[in-house]
Design a protein around this ligand. Structure first.
Ligand SMILES: [Zn+2]
Length: 101
C-alpha cells in the first residue's frame, strides 16, 4: 500500500458540535475533521475498542468517524496538513538525538 492509499484508508473524527470537553480539556469545532490518533485520546481509545473508560468523553455524542476517502477535497487537505504538522513537531522533539547507533 502506498502513502496515498494509506492516507485514504485513514479514519478521522468529524465533529458535529462546537464544545469544550470537560474530561479531556479538548476543544472541538463543528465541521472540523481530525485524524483519530491526534485527536481526543479518550475517544481514540473508545474507537479502538478499549472501552474500559472510567469517565466517558462527552464529545462522543458529537463525533462521527469518517473515512478520508469519503471526505470532501478541502477536508482531506485539512487532514493532510495536520498529519504533516504533527510529523514535523515529532521530528523537532527528536532532534537532540545525536549520532548514536
Ligand atoms: Zn473528551
Amino acid at each position: 500500500m502506498d502513502e496515498v492509499e494509506a492516507f485514504l484508508e485513514r479514519r478521522v473524527f468529524k465533529w458535529k458540535a462546537t464544545k469544550m470537553c470537560t474530561v479531556c480539556k479538548k476543544e472541538i469545532v463543528r465541521g472540523l475533521v481530525e485524524p483519530v490518533e491526534y485527536s481526543c485520546p479518550t475517544l481514540w481509545r473508545l474507537y479502538h475498542g478499549y472501552v474500559m473508560l472510567k469517565r466517558n468523553c462527552p464529545n462522543q455524542t458529537h463525533v462521527s468517524v469518517v473515512k478520508v476517502s469519503d471526505l470532501r477535497s478541502e477536508e482531506r487537505h485539512q487532514v493532510w496538513k495536520m498529519i504533516l504538522q504533527h510529523k514535523k513537531q515529532h521530528k523537532q522533539s527528536n532532534q537532540s538525538d545525536s549520532s548514536g547507533g
